[in-house]
Design a protein around this ligand. Structure first.
Ligand code: GLN
Length: 248
């Protein structure tokens, strides 16, 4: 740790290739929610050709177009060992949309290009010719509590989960993993993959704090996260839920 304040070390993978819909905004949320509590975030960015550090508490992959995803997939699969090692040791992984697809075993684009994934989550994705687009509302259970998570999806991929993971949420509004089974995203321990981006965390502070609590635990920093004044965040959450056609 480079600072004396309890610090979460975040590995941001492929910030130049996986950052559509301003997915980078999720990192700003992590930073501010830590700083408001006197804690700190340290970000290590790794791109094509860079080694992935094994000593991060939290890893983040954003969404990408198929073209960028192809470049990333070729680079990532051969060098994923430190990420797997960290995740096996309890580090948090949050992967969004294109990044989520790369957490699975494979992704096949609509024009038949097949990419291997990292197999960090037991799932497979194949793209269709039409896209699943729109506002989403989920019921998500984490750490024994169920809460509403709101977001936005835009993907051609249809994802099917294997027995090694469970869905991240149940779809109350929107399409989710494949538009058919009523579930969204994937969860295995502290690994979360989701199609929700745009960014996800500013309007879901509950989720941001759970991820931070897990990451701090992995960092060995036993700190209580004091509640923050989330009036604005809750207003954004309510607006997104209402826009999706669901009032809570
Ligand atoms: N290329 C993927 C798809 O369309 C992911 C797109 C994204 O990240 N929005 O399914």
């Amino acid at each position: 740790m480079s600072e004396s304040r309890p610090t979460v070390r975040l590995g941001h993978l492929y910030p130049d290739h996986l950052n559509i819909y301003a997915d980078r905004g999720n990192i700003a949320v992590f930073r501010r929610r830590l700083e408001w509590r006197g804690l700190a975030l340290e970000v290590v960015e790794t791109g094509l050709g860079d080694e992935i550090p094994a000593d991060c508490n939290l890893y983040y992959l954003g969404g990408g177009q198929d073209r960028d995803q192809l470049l990333v997939a070729e680079d990532l699969v051969g060098k994923v060992a430190p990420l797997r090692q960290a995740a096996d040791g309890g580090a948090v992984v949050l992967a969004v949309c294109g990044g989520y697809q790369l957490m699975g075993h494979s992704y096949v684009t609509a024009d038949g290009k097949k990419m291997r994934g990292t197999s960090l989550l037991d799932l497979e994705t194949a793209a269709s010719h039409d896209r699943l687009i729109g506002d989403v509302v989920l019921s998500v259970n984490l750490d024994g509590h169920t809460n509403t998570v709101v977001g936005y999806e835009n993907h051609a991929g249809r994802t099917r989960l294997g027995p090694g993971c469970t869905p991240f949420g149940r779809v109350d509004k929107g399409h989710g993993n494949n538009g058919q089974d009523g579930f969204e995203g994937a969860l295995s321990g502290r690994r979360i993959g989701t199609y929700l981006h745009g960014p996800l965390l500013p309007k879901n502070p509950w989720l941001a704090d759970i991820l931070l609590r897990w990451a701090l635990d992995h960092a060995g920093a036993a700190v209580e996260l004091e509640p923050l004044d989330d009036t604005l965040e809750q207003a954004a959450h309510a607006t997104a839920a209402a826009r999706a056609g669901l009032k809570r």
